[in-house]
Design a protein around this ligand. Sequence first.
Ligand code: PLP
Length: 424
Amino acid sequence: VQRSDVNYFGAGPAPLPTVVLEKASQALLNYQDKGLGLCEISHRSPEANAILAETKQALSDLLEIPDDYDILFLQSGGSGEFSAVVYNLVAIWVEKKRAKIAEEVGDNKEEILKRLRKVVDEELKVDYLVTGCWSLKASQEAARLIGAKHVNVAADARKANDGKFGKIPSEDQWSLTPRSAGGPAFVYFCDNETVDGVEFPSFPKSLEGEDAPIVVADMSSNFISRKVDVKKYGVIFGGAQKNIGNAGITIAILKKSLLPPQSPYASPELLRELNLPVGPIVLDYPTIAKNNSLYNTLPIFDVWVAGQVMKALVNSYGAKRISSQEEISDEKANLIYGVLDKYTDVYRVVPDKSVRSRMNICFRVAGGDADKEKAFLAGAEKKGLLGLKGHRSVGGIRASNYNAVSLDGAKLLASYLEEYAKSI
Ligand code: PLP
């Protein structure tokens, strides 16, 4: 079987452009005629530094990232960021409170600690919009680290939807920690829920404004697929393995004001005194930023692959940047949803129309009949349409429409959907 015979719609790891893979095989053997491959050279070599700089530049060009943002490369996956945002942003929150108390009581360490304990106990909140299984997991990690009482689930999409994900509650139903009460340490949401096929149509209005909280967004499965107003976010993160590259690196776009000296972090000693967790050094944003993501060995080959994918996008779209990718993503998604909506007696799209993901198209065949869904998948496989099985936790069918899925691939899937619907 050749690559060209197959269209893969798996949710990640996902396909990469063939041209990048061809270049990658050469880079693994002999990078830039050095006689060594990219996995064999130091992450501190001039070559590695150039790769790092070029990849950052390509991402900045694509997403028009403002100068007051930093780009970090980490290795702990999207899941690692579930923890990292809590460690880092809670440390900032605590230090802010400590400094304020110190202003009031002076250098009295015991008094500061006493008051700070009370403030942490009563006021520390992190807000989560739970709209699918990944934001749920992130909120559970926050509860594991700092205690459930400090985690405010400001919206739970299952509540008004029979206990299932598939909708985003309207903003007037959210119970964000009030700004008047100092607000939360951050508000977290997952921009695209990979398993449930739910995507935020746009940036939430209630997270905007002058005294807006720090906003954290998981963009693992819709990174560089549409225009993003980066300045509305404190942290945007995503694993590379869906829309950007291969598994191995996680990218975090971080507002520089969330780093020292603008945002000092509470010391490990203070956090211990307060029974708050001290994060591992490899998740410590100030350490990673200070070291240009080279605090420890960075898999530079993975960074190179991501850079090649992004550079290819920058080159093909030029001044239009990400808007062109957004148009193509929309076109492919509309093509597939179009057929699903045409044959509603055969197919049922799982999420509500208002929040349908452009990236992970989740649907049921014949009301979720197990045999029919099996037959649907077998028929697809015969045509080289692979990776369509839904996540094991929800079942059904999921067509992931990441950047490397071609328009022709989407057309083939659409025509199979049509053919199958007519055949039963
Ligand atoms: N967030 C989202 C939206 C995901 O889809 C995934 C994985 O599929 C993760 C986080 C977890 O990523 P990782 O497996 O890199 O930890």
